[in-house]
Every structure is written in C-alpha cells, then in structure tokens.
Design a protein around this ligand. Sequence first.
Ligand SMILES: *Cc1c(COP(=O)(O)O)cnc(C)c1O
Length: 357
Amino acid sequence: MNALTYPSHLKQHFASDNYAGMCGPAAHWFLEANNSGHAPAYGDDEWTHKVSESLRNLFQTDCDIYFVFNGTAANSLALASLCQSYHSVVCSPVAHIETDECGGPEFFSNGSKLLVADAGGEAGQHGKLTPDAIEAIVTKRTDLHYPKPKVVSITQATELGTIYSVEEVRAIAAIAKRRHLKLHMDGARFANAVATLGCHPSEITWRAGVDVLCFGGTKNGLPVGEAVVFFDKHLSEDFAYRVKQAGQLASKMRFISAPWLGMLQDDVWLSNARHANTMAQRLRSKLETLEGLSLLAPTQANGVFVNLPQTAIDKLQTGGWRFYEFIAGGGCRFMCSWDTTDEAVDALVSAIEASLN
Ligand SMILES: *Cc1c(COP(=O)(O)O)cnc(C)c1O
C-alpha cells in the first residue's frame, strides 16, 4: 500500500473527534429508550430524570441540568443566561465561542460582547486565560461606554489540547469572584481533561468555583447532545424557556438523555476519554521521531497540533487524509476519538512520514 493513500478500510479520520460514531453503551441505551414504548415528551420522561439524577450524583451536588443538541447552543444559551445585552464575556482569542460559533453567544444574548483577553507568553500559546490577563481586561475601563464585564469563559480541555490544572481554575475563579464575574466552562472535551487530571469532576468544576459547565457528550461517544450543568441554580432561572425559544428543546428528549446512561455507567465517559488521550500520546510520540515537522502545544488531551510544510499538507490531502488547519491558528490539528485504533494512528504517521519526503 502506498503510505500516502488513505487506507479506506480503516475508515478513521483525525479531523475531529466528532467524526466518530456513538459508542456501544450509548447505542444500547438509545435503543432501550426506544424499546420502552411511549414516553412523556419534552424531558418529562424517566430517562431524562434518571440521567439528571446520575449527573447530580456524579458531581456530588444538587445542580440544574438541561440537554441541548450541540455545543454551540449549550455555550450560547448558558452565556445568554448569565448576561444582559450590555454585558461582556472575557475569553481567550482561540475560544470556540469567539472563533467557531458564528456569533451565537452574541446573538442569543441580544448583543453581549465577547472581550478577547490575550494571556500572551506560554499560557497564550497553550490557549489559556490567566488571572492577570483577566484582571487587565476587566480593569482597562470602568466607564459606562464599555460593555460591563460579567462572565469569564474558559475551555477545558482547551482548543489547543492543553488543560487547566485545578489550581489554575481556582486562581481564575478567585479573580472572577473578586471582580463579580461568573465563571463558565466550555467542556466540549471535559472528559478528556478529567481523564488527564485524574481528579474528581467536582474538583475542577463547582468546588473550584465554576458556575456553569457545558458538559460535552458528542465528542466523547454520544450520538448527539450536550448537558448544560448549572452549579449555581439561581443562574438557570427561565433557562427552559431559552432552550425552547432557541429551537433546542427536543420533543423526544429521551433519545438525547438516555445514551448518557451508557456514558455514566462504569465510568465509560472516562474510559472513552482515556483511550482518546492515549491515542494522541501514541501519535505525538511517533511524530516526535520524524524530521521536518514541529509539534506545537503540549499534548495533554486528545489532540496533536503540528506544523507541516505546505507540500506535505497537500500530499496528505490528496491522499484522502482529512484534518483541519484553521483551528486556533495552531497548524494542522489531528484529533483522536474514543474509537481511534493503533492501526489508524500508525497509518497516519506513515502517511505523514511519506509526505515529508
Ligand atoms: C466541538 C466544540 C464545541 C461544540 O461544537 P458544536 O459543533 O456546536 O457541537 C464547543 N467548544 C469546543 C472547544 C469544541 O471543540
């Protein structure tokens, strides 16, 4: 086989972890929810109640939980519930809410502005915010001509595949509290972060000062759907109406909620994430042995970022390999998923090696 040719029998891609299908346990409960006959609509079914209770148990706190179709809706609606139209949200320049949600947060909040705080230095290169960067942007202006800072949004794991430590989240929460800002966490890859940190999920969220978490399920092995988790229940007032108005209230909600049972039983969400992270480590360590490329941010979750020569990129794409080059300005991004195989990683590495020659 020509190493540059896409091995179609593997049918695995590295463009995003959302290229993968749903995992077995999620599929099992999806079908169970179907086999149970008729069920009340709009979330008043036993599956949705059961999953919400399981998530409260997981986080060891009495939080409010809502299910939406995707991450853009989860982030946009969560932020809208924290802001008035004249407020602003502090985020990193590479934040998904800033670069990849088509203005959704601004639209659903009726105009709340995103304030891009550049941490600079290593933190910035790793896609992170810092307490200093937040402090600088929220104290830059205090007059009423500037949109009033109201929220800090951090992404865990970040868009560049790095991770905030528990101490880093605590430090950001401390400055947020001092400046009367709410703390939102975009957890599209929350599972990957928890798997790496090895901490309890409560430790990196509400115990560290996070008010709202958008808990990603899709990239972790669900067919569809993200959970919005309000640790501060005052902030979820009328959230159900927002979800409905935004066209995010699934009438057959059990098909979004029930698959979560498969993720939560036996900590499948963590083993899926651990697998994806391990595959990314495999990819990284093999790429480190090659000449003619440079690895970018540290690989702490399930993504590997690499600078490749344009000739290599062209050859890989001609060979059928799909990957993004626009994410976070960080070169070529290769994402591993819950089902990425050793063979797929090795085939990709062989193709990259061949493309460099
Ligand atoms: C994938 C992703 C989302 C969600 O994106 P959707 O396509 O709207 O589901 C949100 N934040 C980050 C960091 C992501 O990578």
